[in-house]
Design a binder for this molecule. Structure first.
Ligand SMILES: [Mg+2]
Length: 439
């Protein structure tokens, strides 16, 4: 089902003063008319903050299916499923197939039970990648700050582009959507807001060909009645955990203390608390050039003892973590790098279950790797870092098995706060205090 019907802005109803325009002909709109005074189109967008908001999430509608329909007009009014192959699941279902109950990731046999008349097409990734690049190239004409999340969606920061485009971001985005339809032959949905989280929520509200705006004024009220799964990183499993604790809506999270949420759920508690209130200060990063984030140190005297290396490793892990947190990214693979006294390099990797930003996680993983290397060898350098970088949205989900890790994550967030307030040297952990770490 399309969820547009549930979108009721909590703000005052549109008045003569509410800015708005027509997404088809771009004529400015005044008053409360339901159709454009110039072209009669019902596709109007109106919002009190329309011309103040600059952060957008753009998502192609049923991307793979849309590309196939574009290339074969006979499919236009048929239910189309892209999928099959080895995993036997649905990659994308067009909106007609969705009406019949077909969903992404559904096993193919179930999808065909729901919609026996569907046309099934094997994915042609090469073609989709090429189309995805075309869409991205048009995005990059709008702003250099385009952060792709996948082949068919990206965040864009349009602050400061008004002079370039002679239009506020909202109108630039509407023009972009028209251009994609005309030049590439597929459709997109746009979410416009003041932060990544709500821009992404917004782009999903009126799919396909949507254009939704969520402003600062209405954020808290808008989020309150929604299910907890609205929050980035809360999947089915975690939603079930929350449900068991009696928490179903974002509004319930808004009522809870951040500390309480962190004590219960670990590092994700902080995310729950902030996002539930519409607080998200992650910035849009253009195609993150960084492939890894790391820190290393060379010793004055070679070191061979494990016990002497531990505090140094802790210190370096905290530096890496701090940089990840500041840039809103997370890494999935921890890399330990060492150089022996005779200049031989050793690198050891470990891939984690989930991406992380946590110093504690990076440190403990590094420690495991370090243990096997400290066999009396003298080292002149040690470094630790993470690769497989991505957005922090899915980093550090609550660890349901290891309760300790939740507590450590909460402690780490508390220390981060103190450091932010009083400077980096304020808080020493048991590992770095008195250690030989590089200071
Ligand atoms: Mg999409």
């Amino acid at each position: 089902m399309l969820r547009c019907s549930t979108f009721v802005p909590a703000m005052a109803p549109a008045s003569d003063k509410t800015p708005g325009f027509c997404r088809d002909c771009l004529a400015e709109q005044k008053g409360e008319a339901r159709r454009c005074h110039a072209c009669g189109s019902p596709r109007l967008v109106r919002h009190q903050e329309l011309y103040d908001l600059t952060l957008a999430h753009i998502d192609c509608d049923a991307f793979y299916a849309a590309v196939e329909k574009r290339d074969n007009p006979e499919l236009a009014d048929k239910p189309v499923i892209i999928g099959g192959g080895k995993r036997g699941v649905v990659s994308t279902a067009c909106y007609i197939a969705r009406i019949h109950g077909v969903r992404s990731a559904m096993p193919m046999f179930k999808a065909l039970e729901a919609c026996p008349q569907a046309v099934v097409i094997r994915p042609d990734m090469e073609k989709y990648v090429a189309v995805g690049r075309q869409v991205r190239a048009l995005m990059q004409e709008l702003t250099p700050l385009v952060q792709p999340l996948s082949i068919d969606e990206a965040f864009l920061e349009l602050g400061g582009t008004e002079r370039l485009h002679h239009d506020p971001p909202a109108r630039t985005l509407a023009k972009f959507a028209r251009r994609v339809e005309k030049e590439i032959g597929i459709t997109v949905s746009v979410g416009l807001s003041y932060c990544k989280f709500l821009a992404k929520v917004a782009s999903d509200l009126q799919k396909p060909r949507g254009f939704s705006v969520i402003g600062r004024e209405e954020a808290v009220a808008f989020l309150a009645p929604r299910p907890v799964t609205t929050i980035w990183g809360v999947g089915k499993a975690f939603a079930a955990t929350l449900e068991a604790d009696g928490i179903r809506t974002v509004g319930q999270l808004q009522q809870m203390e951040e500390n309480d949420l962190m004590r219960r759920y670990g590092s994700i508690g902080q995310r729950l608390s902030r996002l539930s209130r519409g607080i998200d200060d992650r910035e849009v990063h253009a195609n993150d050039p960084a492939k890894s984030v790391s820190a290393e140190t060379t010793f004055f005297d070679d070191i061979s003892r494990y016990d002497d290396l531990v505090p140094i490793l802790r210190n370096l892990s905290e530096k890496v973590s701090w940089r990840l947190k500041k840039s809103g990214i997370a890494g999935r693979t921890v890399v330990l790098k060492m150089k022996t006294a005779d200049f031989k390099s050793r690198t050891r990797n470990r891939r984690l279950e989930d991406p992380t930003q946590l110093a504690d996680k990076i440190f403990r993983t590094g420690l495991d790797l370090l243990e096997k290397e400290t066999d009396g060898t003298k080292f002149r350098l040690i470094g630790i870092g993470v690769t497989d970088l991505g957005d922090a949205g899915r980093a550090d989900p609550p660890d349901l098995i290891d309760r300790q890790s939740g507590r450590r994550a909460a402690a780490e967030a508390a220390m981060d706060k103190l450091r932010d307030k009083f400077g980096k040297g304020t808080v020493e952990t048991g590992y770095t205090f008195g250690g030989k770490g590089n200071r």
